[in-house]
Design a protein around this ligand. Structure first.
Ligand code: NAD
Length: 438
Protein backbone atom coordinates (compact mmCIF):
# COMPACT_ATOMS: atom_id res chain seq x y z
CA UNK A 1 0.00 0.00 0.00
CA UNK A 2 1.07 3.58 -0.61
CA UNK A 3 0.39 5.79 2.40
CA UNK A 4 0.74 9.53 2.95
CA UNK A 5 1.00 10.75 6.56
CA UNK A 6 0.15 14.43 6.92
CA UNK A 7 1.73 15.81 10.11
CA UNK A 8 5.02 14.37 11.31
CA UNK A 9 4.74 14.92 15.06
CA UNK A 10 4.58 12.45 17.95
CA UNK A 11 1.75 10.50 16.31
CA UNK A 12 2.42 11.00 12.58
CA UNK A 13 6.11 10.16 12.70
CA UNK A 14 5.66 7.04 14.82
CA UNK A 15 2.65 5.85 12.78
CA UNK A 16 4.42 6.53 9.49
CA UNK A 17 7.59 4.74 10.61
CA UNK A 18 5.60 1.73 11.90
CA UNK A 19 3.50 1.46 8.72
CA UNK A 20 6.69 1.47 6.64
CA UNK A 21 8.08 -1.20 8.95
CA UNK A 22 5.01 -3.31 8.10
CA UNK A 23 6.16 -3.09 4.47
CA UNK A 24 4.01 -0.23 3.20
CA UNK A 25 5.46 2.64 1.18
CA UNK A 26 5.07 5.74 3.35
CA UNK A 27 5.62 9.43 2.65
CA UNK A 28 5.56 11.63 5.77
CA UNK A 29 4.60 15.24 5.10
CA UNK A 30 5.03 18.24 7.37
CA UNK A 31 4.72 21.97 6.86
CA UNK A 32 7.55 22.51 9.31
CA UNK A 33 10.61 22.60 7.01
CA UNK A 34 12.96 22.34 10.01
CA UNK A 35 11.46 18.99 11.04
CA UNK A 36 11.73 17.60 7.52
CA UNK A 37 15.30 18.87 7.19
CA UNK A 38 16.26 17.13 10.47
CA UNK A 39 14.60 13.92 9.31
CA UNK A 40 16.53 14.07 6.03
CA UNK A 41 19.68 14.12 8.18
CA UNK A 42 18.31 11.20 10.21
CA UNK A 43 17.98 13.41 13.30
CA UNK A 44 14.71 12.87 15.19
CA UNK A 45 12.80 16.11 15.90
CA UNK A 46 11.32 14.45 19.03
CA UNK A 47 12.59 12.05 21.65
CA UNK A 48 10.92 8.64 21.54
CA UNK A 49 12.77 5.44 22.45
CA UNK A 50 13.63 3.28 19.42
CA UNK A 51 12.37 5.78 16.87
CA UNK A 52 15.71 6.81 15.35
CA UNK A 53 16.62 3.18 14.59
CA UNK A 54 13.15 2.40 13.17
CA UNK A 55 13.23 5.45 10.91
CA UNK A 56 16.80 4.82 9.74
CA UNK A 57 16.18 1.20 8.77
CA UNK A 58 13.02 1.97 6.82
CA UNK A 59 14.54 4.97 5.05
CA UNK A 60 17.44 2.71 4.08
CA UNK A 61 15.02 0.09 2.78
CA UNK A 62 13.43 2.76 0.58
CA UNK A 63 9.98 2.49 2.18
CA UNK A 64 9.95 5.72 4.18
CA UNK A 65 10.54 9.27 2.96
CA UNK A 66 9.92 12.83 4.14
CA UNK A 67 8.78 15.94 2.34
CA UNK A 68 7.24 19.35 2.87
CA UNK A 69 5.40 18.93 -0.44
CA UNK A 70 1.94 17.57 0.31
CA UNK A 71 1.17 17.05 -3.39
CA UNK A 72 4.14 14.68 -3.70
CA UNK A 73 2.97 12.65 -0.71
CA UNK A 74 -0.66 12.44 -1.76
CA UNK A 75 0.03 11.49 -5.38
CA UNK A 76 -1.25 7.96 -6.05
CA UNK A 77 -1.72 7.29 -2.32
CA UNK A 78 -4.13 4.48 -1.39
CA UNK A 79 -4.67 6.20 1.94
CA UNK A 80 -3.91 9.67 3.27
CA UNK A 81 -3.71 9.93 7.07
CA UNK A 82 -4.31 13.26 8.79
CA UNK A 83 -2.16 13.38 11.96
CA UNK A 84 -1.93 17.12 12.54
CA UNK A 85 -2.39 18.75 15.94
CA UNK A 86 -5.79 19.48 17.49
CA UNK A 87 -4.86 21.71 20.44
CA UNK A 88 -7.35 23.49 22.68
CA UNK A 89 -8.73 26.56 20.96
CA UNK A 90 -7.50 29.60 22.81
CA UNK A 91 -10.13 30.94 25.15
CA UNK A 92 -12.87 28.34 25.05
CA UNK A 93 -11.39 24.83 25.24
CA UNK A 94 -13.00 23.56 22.03
CA UNK A 95 -10.64 21.49 19.89
CA UNK A 96 -8.98 23.77 17.33
CA UNK A 97 -9.76 22.02 14.06
CA UNK A 98 -8.20 24.60 11.76
CA UNK A 99 -5.14 22.39 11.06
CA UNK A 100 -7.34 19.40 10.26
CA UNK A 101 -9.57 21.35 7.89
CA UNK A 102 -6.61 23.08 6.20
CA UNK A 103 -4.97 19.69 5.67
CA UNK A 104 -8.24 18.23 4.30
CA UNK A 105 -8.56 21.09 1.81
CA UNK A 106 -4.97 20.73 0.67
CA UNK A 107 -5.33 16.95 0.33
CA UNK A 108 -8.50 17.40 -1.74
CA UNK A 109 -6.70 19.85 -4.05
CA UNK A 110 -3.99 17.29 -4.71
CA UNK A 111 -5.87 13.99 -4.97
CA UNK A 112 -4.95 12.10 -8.12
CA UNK A 113 -7.41 9.23 -7.74
CA UNK A 114 -9.84 7.58 -5.34
CA UNK A 115 -8.22 7.43 -1.95
CA UNK A 116 -9.20 6.86 1.64
CA UNK A 117 -8.74 9.93 3.82
CA UNK A 118 -8.14 8.77 7.38
CA UNK A 119 -8.42 11.08 10.39
CA UNK A 120 -5.90 9.88 12.95
CA UNK A 121 -5.87 13.16 14.87
CA UNK A 122 -8.17 13.24 17.89
CA UNK A 123 -11.23 15.11 16.64
CA UNK A 124 -14.69 15.82 18.09
CA UNK A 125 -17.75 13.95 16.91
CA UNK A 126 -18.87 15.20 13.52
CA UNK A 127 -15.43 16.33 12.30
CA UNK A 128 -15.38 13.49 9.76
CA UNK A 129 -18.64 14.84 8.30
CA UNK A 130 -17.04 18.25 7.82
CA UNK A 131 -13.87 16.73 6.30
CA UNK A 132 -16.14 14.82 3.91
CA UNK A 133 -17.95 18.05 3.02
CA UNK A 134 -14.64 19.81 2.30
CA UNK A 135 -13.44 16.95 0.08
CA UNK A 136 -16.78 16.90 -1.79
CA UNK A 137 -16.61 20.67 -2.31
CA UNK A 138 -12.99 20.80 -3.52
CA UNK A 139 -12.76 17.46 -5.34
CA UNK A 140 -16.35 16.43 -6.15
CA UNK A 141 -15.35 13.64 -8.54
CA UNK A 142 -12.49 12.15 -6.55
CA UNK A 143 -14.48 9.29 -5.02
CA UNK A 144 -12.49 9.72 -1.80
CA UNK A 145 -13.86 8.14 1.39
CA UNK A 146 -13.40 9.67 4.84
CA UNK A 147 -12.61 7.30 7.71
CA UNK A 148 -11.96 7.82 11.44
CA UNK A 149 -9.05 5.88 12.93
CA UNK A 150 -8.11 7.40 16.30
CA UNK A 151 -4.70 6.69 17.77
CA UNK A 152 -4.20 5.29 21.27
CA UNK A 153 -0.40 5.16 21.50
CA UNK A 154 1.34 6.56 24.57
CA UNK A 155 4.40 8.72 24.24
CA UNK A 156 7.43 6.95 25.69
CA UNK A 157 6.12 3.54 24.58
CA UNK A 158 4.75 4.67 21.24
CA UNK A 159 6.29 2.09 18.92
CA UNK A 160 5.34 -0.85 21.08
CA UNK A 161 1.82 0.55 21.49
CA UNK A 162 1.44 1.10 17.75
CA UNK A 163 2.68 -2.37 16.86
CA UNK A 164 0.89 -4.19 19.68
CA UNK A 165 -2.28 -2.21 20.30
CA UNK A 166 -5.13 -3.50 22.46
CA UNK A 167 -7.39 -2.68 19.51
CA UNK A 168 -7.50 -0.63 16.33
CA UNK A 169 -10.71 1.38 15.96
CA UNK A 170 -11.91 2.13 12.43
CA UNK A 171 -14.99 4.25 11.87
CA UNK A 172 -16.68 3.96 8.48
CA UNK A 173 -19.73 2.31 6.99
CA UNK A 174 -18.13 2.05 3.55
CA UNK A 175 -17.08 -1.50 2.67
CA UNK A 176 -14.34 -0.47 0.21
CA UNK A 177 -12.80 1.83 2.80
CA UNK A 178 -12.98 -0.96 5.39
CA UNK A 179 -11.08 -3.22 3.01
CA UNK A 180 -8.32 -0.62 2.52
CA UNK A 181 -8.01 -0.30 6.32
CA UNK A 182 -7.91 -4.10 6.69
CA UNK A 183 -5.08 -4.23 4.13
CA UNK A 184 -3.15 -1.48 5.90
CA UNK A 185 -3.41 -3.12 9.33
CA UNK A 186 -3.18 -6.74 8.11
CA UNK A 187 0.48 -7.22 9.20
CA UNK A 188 -0.59 -6.28 12.70
CA UNK A 189 -3.50 -8.65 12.94
CA UNK A 190 -1.50 -11.50 11.35
CA UNK A 191 1.25 -11.21 13.94
CA UNK A 192 -0.50 -10.29 17.12
CA UNK A 193 -4.17 -10.88 16.55
CA UNK A 194 -4.90 -7.26 17.52
CA UNK A 195 -8.62 -6.81 16.98
CA UNK A 196 -9.80 -4.37 14.33
CA UNK A 197 -12.97 -2.85 15.68
CA UNK A 198 -15.22 -1.44 12.96
CA UNK A 199 -17.79 1.13 14.01
CA UNK A 200 -19.65 4.06 12.55
CA UNK A 201 -17.54 7.18 12.05
CA UNK A 202 -19.13 9.25 14.82
CA UNK A 203 -18.87 6.36 17.26
CA UNK A 204 -15.19 5.95 16.47
CA UNK A 205 -14.57 9.66 17.07
CA UNK A 206 -16.31 9.43 20.43
CA UNK A 207 -14.49 6.24 21.48
CA UNK A 208 -11.21 8.17 21.57
CA UNK A 209 -12.58 10.91 23.84
CA UNK A 210 -14.45 8.46 26.05
CA UNK A 211 -11.27 6.41 26.49
CA UNK A 212 -9.14 9.40 27.46
CA UNK A 213 -11.81 10.80 29.75
CA UNK A 214 -12.21 7.45 31.50
CA UNK A 215 -8.45 7.21 32.09
CA UNK A 216 -8.39 10.79 33.40
CA UNK A 217 -11.23 9.92 35.79
CA UNK A 218 -9.35 6.83 36.98
CA UNK A 219 -6.18 8.80 37.76
CA UNK A 220 -8.11 11.58 39.46
CA UNK A 221 -10.10 9.08 41.50
CA UNK A 222 -6.97 7.51 42.96
CA UNK A 223 -5.46 10.96 43.55
CA UNK A 224 -8.44 11.92 45.69
CA UNK A 225 -8.27 8.59 47.50
CA UNK A 226 -4.58 9.43 48.14
CA UNK A 227 -5.62 12.65 49.86
CA UNK A 228 -8.06 10.69 52.00
CA UNK A 229 -5.31 8.17 52.81
CA UNK A 230 -3.17 11.00 54.16
CA UNK A 231 -6.03 12.19 56.36
CA UNK A 232 -6.98 8.80 57.77
CA UNK A 233 -3.56 7.14 57.96
CA UNK A 234 -3.91 4.66 55.10
CA UNK A 235 -1.49 3.80 52.28
CA UNK A 236 -2.69 4.58 48.74
CA UNK A 237 -0.26 2.17 47.09
CA UNK A 238 -1.79 -0.68 49.05
CA UNK A 239 -5.29 0.59 48.33
CA UNK A 240 -4.42 0.64 44.60
CA UNK A 241 -3.10 -2.88 44.77
CA UNK A 242 -6.10 -4.03 46.73
CA UNK A 243 -8.66 -2.60 44.33
CA UNK A 244 -6.60 -3.20 41.15
CA UNK A 245 -6.50 -6.95 41.75
CA UNK A 246 -10.22 -6.93 41.04
CA UNK A 247 -10.43 -7.61 37.30
CA UNK A 248 -13.42 -5.34 36.97
CA UNK A 249 -11.21 -2.44 38.09
CA UNK A 250 -7.75 -3.42 36.79
CA UNK A 251 -4.43 -2.32 38.24
CA UNK A 252 -3.37 0.20 35.59
CA UNK A 253 -3.76 3.96 35.95
CA UNK A 254 -4.04 3.68 39.70
CA UNK A 255 -0.78 5.41 40.60
CA UNK A 256 -1.38 8.46 42.74
CA UNK A 257 0.73 11.44 41.78
CA UNK A 258 0.79 15.15 41.01
CA UNK A 259 -2.17 15.05 38.59
CA UNK A 260 -2.35 14.18 34.91
CA UNK A 261 -0.85 16.41 32.25
CA UNK A 262 0.48 15.97 28.74
CA UNK A 263 -0.61 16.68 25.23
CA UNK A 264 -3.84 14.67 25.35
CA UNK A 265 -5.78 14.28 28.63
CA UNK A 266 -6.11 17.98 29.51
CA UNK A 267 -7.16 19.13 26.06
CA UNK A 268 -9.28 16.08 25.24
CA UNK A 269 -11.28 16.18 28.48
CA UNK A 270 -11.97 19.88 27.85
CA UNK A 271 -13.00 19.27 24.25
CA UNK A 272 -15.31 16.44 25.33
CA UNK A 273 -16.98 18.77 27.84
CA UNK A 274 -17.55 21.29 25.03
CA UNK A 275 -19.16 18.61 22.86
CA UNK A 276 -21.31 17.59 25.84
CA UNK A 277 -22.37 21.18 26.52
CA UNK A 278 -23.14 21.85 22.85
CA UNK A 279 -25.41 18.82 22.90
CA UNK A 280 -26.97 19.71 26.24
CA UNK A 281 -25.76 16.45 27.73
CA UNK A 282 -23.52 17.42 30.65
CA UNK A 283 -20.80 15.00 31.70
CA UNK A 284 -20.55 15.85 35.39
CA UNK A 285 -17.99 13.23 36.30
CA UNK A 286 -15.62 14.53 33.65
CA UNK A 287 -16.33 18.13 34.72
CA UNK A 288 -15.35 17.28 38.30
CA UNK A 289 -12.25 15.44 37.10
CA UNK A 290 -10.99 18.44 35.14
CA UNK A 291 -11.55 20.74 38.08
CA UNK A 292 -9.98 18.44 40.67
CA UNK A 293 -6.95 17.83 38.47
CA UNK A 294 -6.41 21.53 37.76
CA UNK A 295 -6.40 22.28 41.49
CA UNK A 296 -4.17 19.36 42.29
CA UNK A 297 -1.16 20.42 40.23
CA UNK A 298 -0.67 23.68 42.12
CA UNK A 299 -1.60 21.97 45.38
CA UNK A 300 1.48 19.80 44.90
CA UNK A 301 3.59 22.98 44.97
CA UNK A 302 1.91 23.89 48.26
CA UNK A 303 2.62 20.38 49.56
CA UNK A 304 6.34 21.00 49.00
CA UNK A 305 6.16 24.37 50.75
CA UNK A 306 4.36 22.80 53.70
CA UNK A 307 7.04 20.11 53.91
CA UNK A 308 9.66 22.90 54.06
CA UNK A 309 7.94 24.34 57.11
CA UNK A 310 5.43 26.57 55.35
CA UNK A 311 7.76 29.27 54.06
CA UNK A 312 9.55 29.11 50.72
CA UNK A 313 11.11 32.58 50.71
CA UNK A 314 14.83 32.47 50.07
CA UNK A 315 14.78 28.68 49.77
CA UNK A 316 16.04 26.60 46.87
CA UNK A 317 14.06 23.64 45.59
CA UNK A 318 15.60 20.98 43.34
CA UNK A 319 13.08 19.47 40.93
CA UNK A 320 13.77 16.14 39.25
CA UNK A 321 11.76 15.45 36.09
CA UNK A 322 9.99 18.10 34.04
CA UNK A 323 8.31 16.27 31.15
CA UNK A 324 4.71 15.18 31.68
CA UNK A 325 5.86 11.55 31.85
CA UNK A 326 9.14 9.64 31.50
CA UNK A 327 10.73 8.71 28.14
CA UNK A 328 9.49 11.72 26.23
CA UNK A 329 10.67 15.29 25.72
CA UNK A 330 7.04 16.51 25.61
CA UNK A 331 6.36 19.39 28.02
CA UNK A 332 2.79 20.17 26.95
CA UNK A 333 0.66 20.75 30.07
CA UNK A 334 3.25 19.00 32.27
CA UNK A 335 2.39 19.07 36.01
CA UNK A 336 5.94 20.36 36.66
CA UNK A 337 4.90 23.71 35.15
CA UNK A 338 2.23 24.30 37.82
CA UNK A 339 4.30 22.85 40.66
CA UNK A 340 7.24 25.11 39.78
CA UNK A 341 5.03 28.18 39.29
CA UNK A 342 3.54 27.66 42.77
CA UNK A 343 7.04 27.39 44.26
CA UNK A 344 8.32 30.48 42.47
CA UNK A 345 5.20 32.46 43.41
CA UNK A 346 5.94 31.62 47.03
CA UNK A 347 9.47 33.03 46.73
CA UNK A 348 11.52 29.87 46.11
CA UNK A 349 14.38 29.52 43.65
CA UNK A 350 13.95 26.41 41.50
CA UNK A 351 16.76 24.33 40.09
CA UNK A 352 15.74 21.52 37.75
CA UNK A 353 17.07 18.44 36.03
CA UNK A 354 15.42 16.41 33.27
CA UNK A 355 17.06 13.80 31.03
CA UNK A 356 15.38 14.85 27.75
CA UNK A 357 12.96 17.71 28.35
CA UNK A 358 15.21 20.72 28.91
CA UNK A 359 15.13 22.05 25.34
CA UNK A 360 11.32 22.27 25.40
CA UNK A 361 11.20 23.26 29.07
CA UNK A 362 13.64 26.17 29.00
CA UNK A 363 11.37 28.71 27.25
CA UNK A 364 8.39 27.58 29.36
CA UNK A 365 10.13 27.99 32.72
CA UNK A 366 11.61 31.46 33.09
CA UNK A 367 13.75 31.90 36.18
CA UNK A 368 14.52 28.19 36.56
CA UNK A 369 18.16 27.12 36.65
CA UNK A 370 18.86 23.91 34.74
CA UNK A 371 21.39 21.43 36.13
CA UNK A 372 23.47 18.75 34.45
CA UNK A 373 22.63 15.97 36.94
CA UNK A 374 20.25 15.20 39.83
CA UNK A 375 23.11 15.77 42.29
CA UNK A 376 24.05 19.12 40.77
CA UNK A 377 20.42 20.20 41.10
CA UNK A 378 20.36 19.12 44.75
CA UNK A 379 23.57 20.96 45.74
CA UNK A 380 22.73 23.07 48.78
CA UNK A 381 18.96 22.89 48.15
CA UNK A 382 16.30 22.91 50.86
CA UNK A 383 14.22 20.16 49.28
CA UNK A 384 14.46 17.58 46.52
CA UNK A 385 11.19 17.00 44.65
CA UNK A 386 10.60 14.11 42.24
CA UNK A 387 7.92 15.21 39.78
CA UNK A 388 8.44 12.76 36.88
CA UNK A 389 9.48 9.15 37.44
CA UNK A 390 12.31 8.74 34.93
CA UNK A 391 14.10 5.41 35.45
CA UNK A 392 17.32 7.17 36.39
CA UNK A 393 15.59 8.62 39.46
CA UNK A 394 14.66 5.16 40.72
CA UNK A 395 18.13 4.31 41.97
CA UNK A 396 19.50 7.59 43.28
CA UNK A 397 22.24 7.40 45.87
CA UNK A 398 20.04 8.68 48.67
CA UNK A 399 22.91 8.84 51.13
CA UNK A 400 24.80 11.13 48.77
CA UNK A 401 21.63 13.17 48.26
CA UNK A 402 21.19 13.61 52.01
CA UNK A 403 24.71 15.06 52.18
CA UNK A 404 24.34 17.17 49.04
CA UNK A 405 21.12 18.88 50.14
CA UNK A 406 21.23 21.69 52.68
CA UNK A 407 18.08 20.27 54.27
CA UNK A 408 17.69 16.49 53.85
CA UNK A 409 14.08 16.56 52.62
CA UNK A 410 12.74 14.42 49.76
CA UNK A 411 9.24 15.10 48.43
CA UNK A 412 8.48 12.10 46.25
CA UNK A 413 5.39 12.94 44.18
CA UNK A 414 5.59 9.56 42.37
CA UNK A 415 6.00 7.29 45.39
CA UNK A 416 9.21 5.77 44.05
CA UNK A 417 10.97 5.46 47.40
CA UNK A 418 9.84 3.46 50.44
CA UNK A 419 10.00 5.30 53.75
CA UNK A 420 12.52 2.86 55.23
CA UNK A 421 15.04 3.45 52.43
CA UNK A 422 14.84 7.22 52.76
CA UNK A 423 15.10 7.00 56.52
CA UNK A 424 18.18 4.78 56.33
CA UNK A 425 19.81 7.40 54.11
CA UNK A 426 18.99 10.15 56.59
CA UNK A 427 16.31 11.81 54.45
CA UNK A 428 12.94 13.02 55.62
CA UNK A 429 10.46 11.63 53.10
CA UNK A 430 7.11 13.11 52.10
CA UNK A 431 5.15 10.88 49.73
CA UNK A 432 1.68 10.97 48.18
CA UNK A 433 -1.15 9.20 49.99
CA UNK A 434 0.94 7.66 52.78
CA UNK A 435 0.28 7.66 56.52
CA UNK A 436 1.96 10.56 58.27
CA UNK A 437 4.66 9.79 60.79
CA UNK A 438 4.05 10.23 64.49
P1 NAD B 1 2.32 17.39 17.05
O1 NAD B 1 2.08 18.80 17.35
O2 NAD B 1 3.52 16.70 17.63
O3 NAD B 1 2.43 17.19 15.46
C1 NAD B 1 1.56 17.76 14.54
C2 NAD B 1 2.35 18.07 13.26
O4 NAD B 1 1.47 18.43 12.22
C3 NAD B 1 3.33 19.23 13.42
O5 NAD B 1 4.63 18.79 13.09
C4 NAD B 1 2.82 20.27 12.42
O6 NAD B 1 3.87 21.01 11.82
C5 NAD B 1 2.11 19.40 11.41
N1 NAD B 1 1.10 20.06 10.58
C6 NAD B 1 0.10 20.89 10.95
N2 NAD B 1 -0.64 21.26 9.88
C7 NAD B 1 -0.11 20.64 8.81
C8 NAD B 1 -0.44 20.61 7.43
N3 NAD B 1 -1.49 21.27 6.93
N4 NAD B 1 0.33 19.88 6.60
C9 NAD B 1 1.40 19.20 7.09
N5 NAD B 1 1.75 19.18 8.39
C10 NAD B 1 1.01 19.88 9.24
O7 NAD B 1 1.00 16.61 17.46
P2 NAD B 1 0.84 15.11 17.99
O8 NAD B 1 1.18 15.03 19.44
O9 NAD B 1 1.51 14.16 17.04
O10 NAD B 1 -0.73 14.93 17.88
C11 NAD B 1 -1.40 14.83 16.64
C12 NAD B 1 -2.82 14.37 16.87
O11 NAD B 1 -2.82 13.05 17.43
C13 NAD B 1 -3.60 15.25 17.85
O12 NAD B 1 -4.93 15.31 17.44
C14 NAD B 1 -3.49 14.48 19.16
O13 NAD B 1 -4.57 14.75 20.02
C15 NAD B 1 -3.54 13.05 18.66
N6 NAD B 1 -2.90 12.08 19.55
C16 NAD B 1 -1.72 12.38 20.15
C17 NAD B 1 -1.11 11.44 20.97
C18 NAD B 1 0.20 11.76 21.65
O14 NAD B 1 0.60 11.00 22.54
N7 NAD B 1 0.90 12.83 21.30
C19 NAD B 1 -1.70 10.19 21.18
C20 NAD B 1 -2.91 9.91 20.54
C21 NAD B 1 -3.50 10.87 19.72
Amino acid sequence: MRIAMIGTGYVGLVSGACFSDFGHEVVCVDKDARKIELLHQNVMPIYEPGLAELVASNVKAGRLSFTTDLAEGVRDADAVFIAVGTPSRRGDGHADLSYVYAAAREIAENLTGPSVIVTKSTVPVGTGDEVERIIAEVAPTSGAKVVSNPEFLREGAAIEDFKRPDRVVVGTDDEDARQVMRDIYRPLSLNQGAPLLFTGRRTSELIKYAANAFLAVKITFINEIADLCESVGADVQEVSRGIGMDNRIGGKFLHAGPGYGGSCFPKDTLALLKTAADNETPLRIVEATVQVNDNRKRAMGRKVIKAMGGDAHGKTVAVLGLTFKPNTDDMRDAPSLSVIAALQDAGATVRAYDPEGVEQARPMLPGVEFSASPYAAAEGADALVIVTEWDEFRALDLGRMAKTLRTPLLVDLRNIYPAAEAERAGLELVSVGKPRKG
